[in-house]
Every structure is written in C-alpha cells, then in structure tokens.
Design a protein around this ligand. Structure first.
Ligand code: HEC
Length: 240
C-alpha cells in the first residue's frame, strides 16, 4: 500500500509538474512569437535591416573632393617610384623586346630602322649622328625627360604627327615607366622624378598649436555662424 501510494503520489507529482511545464513552455513560446512579430513589425516601419541614406545629408562638408569620379591613371612619376629601380629596369629590359626589331641599345650600336638608343634619356631629341630622322621628329626639340618619353611611348603619333616610327604605343603606364627606366640605365642616368605626394587636407598648414580662441571662432564660423554661446561640441559640423 505504502509503495502504491508513494508511486501514485509520484505519478501525480509528475503530472502536476508536466502541466506546469507545459504552461510555462506555452508562455515562453507565446512570448517568443510575440517578440518575433514585434521585430518584424519594427523592421517594416524602421527599415532596421535595410538602412537608408537620407537624400540630403544633415550637414555638408565644403571642399571635400568628390571621390565618385574614377581614379586617374597613375603618373609615370608614381609608376617609376612604385618598385625598386633594379626590378623596374629588369621589367623594362623584358618589355624592350618590342623595340629590338628597329633599335639597338648598347653604346656604339648601329642605327637600324630606328636610331641607336644608347644615352637617349636626358639627351636631345633626334640627335643620333647618321640617322635620317623625319622632319617632324627633328622639329620636336627639347631633351628626352620622363614626361616626354612617357608621351612618346604611349602614342608616338600623338606626340609627333608625321613620325617614321611605326609603333602603336604602350597602353600601360607601368610598361612605359619600365622601358624608360631601362633606357635610362643605358647611358642616360637622369634622376628619377619624385612621386606625387598624397593629397594633404587643405588646412594642414594652417592648423597647429595656435591660439585656442581663434580656432574655436573659425570652427563656429565654419558651422554656419552659430551663436558663440552654443556648445561647439554638440554641432557635428564644427569637428576638426
Ligand atoms: C617599327 C620600328 C620601330 C619600333 C618597333 C620602335 N621604334 Fe622607336 N623609332 C623608330 C624610328 C623609325 C624612329 C625615328 C622616328 C622619326 O624620325 O620620326 C624611332 C625613334 C625613337 C626614339 C627617338 C630617338 C631620338 O634619337 O630622339 C625613341 C626614344 C624610340 N624610338 C624608342 C623606342 C622604344 C622604347 C620602342 C619600343 C617600345 C621603339 N622605339 C619601337 C622605329 C621603331
């Protein structure tokens, strides 16, 4: 009897516990469903998962370059400074295979369809003795510097309309830089141009440990003439 009783008690206890558990589970499930429903509603109204940029920004920063325009092609100066000179010259020696059918490069080399190119960098245009340049080439004048060689190798006919050099040109500034560096290593040896400095912020030179009031005043002015007692820190436009 005692055993039966206790087993009944146990069973009842278990059932009671089961009911309680089910009730609690029901609440938990209900709460979860409610929470899910609310978050779906909230997403619908506040675009929580799809943030949208306002069409007009709250404040406009003047003088910031528009970065949406595509990057311009690197200059030959940058391309010349992009890798160690020895690597650049080695790359140029390879690319020079495109020129070999018409030019010799070593000092004292013969003129071929084109003139010998030893020492051409830094030297005067159209000056190799014994080569019959076109009149247009002779009229170009000046010396071969990096920019002139860059223009020439990019599109010879664009620089010298009537040139005898039938060569389409090299589209990649890296190739032009490499070949120019190789030519320069063959008796030219003009100094490399400096790489263009990264664009500095416009006020970089005027900023500094100047008088604090002056800086504050200009910051307030920049923020659109807000009154001087307005706390500067609360205006996002007044940041430096
Ligand atoms: C199909 C032949 C041909 C090829 C290929 C060719 N050139 Fe020329 N090059 C010429 C001729 C011809 C001239 C003279 C042009 C003139 O008088 O109008 C010339 C002139 C030049 C000059 C001017 C030389 C001076 O004395 O002022 C340079 C520099 C030059 N070439 C570099 C190159 C380089 C670098 C390549 C390879 C990327 C190349 N050329 C490929 C035929 C060629």
């Amino acid at each position: 009897m005692t055993q039966d009783n206790s087993s009944q008690d146990n069973a009842a206890g278990q059932n009671g516990g089961g009911d309680l558990f089910n009730t609690a589970a029901g609440w938990v499930l209900g709460a979860a469903a409610l929470g899910l429903g609310l978050s779906i509603l909230a997403d619908k109204y506040f675009h929580g998962s799809d943030p949208q940029r306002p069409e007009q920004l709250g404040y406009v920063i003047e003088g910031v370059a528009d970065e949406s325009a595509g990057p311009a092609e690197a200059s030959i100066a940058d391309a010349l400074n992009a890798m160690p000179a020895a690597e650049l010259i080695a790359a140029g020696e390879k690319a020079y295979s495109k020129c070999q059918s018409c030019h010799t490069i070593d000092a004292g080399g013969a003129n071929g369809i084109g003139p010998n190119l030893a020492g051409v960098m830094g030297g005067p245009v159209a000056a190799k003795g014994g080569f019959a340049y076109s009149a247009e080439m002779k009229a170009l004048g000046g010396n071969w510097d990096w920019d002139k060689m860059d223009a020439w190798l990019k599109n010879p006919k664009a620089l010298v309309a009537g040139t005898k050099m039938s060569f389409a040109g090299l589209g990649k500034v890296e190739d032009r830089a490499a070949i120019a560096a190789y030519l320069n290593s063959k008796g030219g040896n003009i100094p490399l141009p400096a790489a263009s400095a990264p664009a500095a912020p416009a006020d970089a030179t005027t900023e500094g440990p100047g008088p604090v009031e002056g800086a504050d005043a200009s910051a307030v002015e920049a923020a659109g003439g807000a009154s001087a007692d307005q706390p500067v820190a609360s205006n996002p436009g007044a940041g430096q």
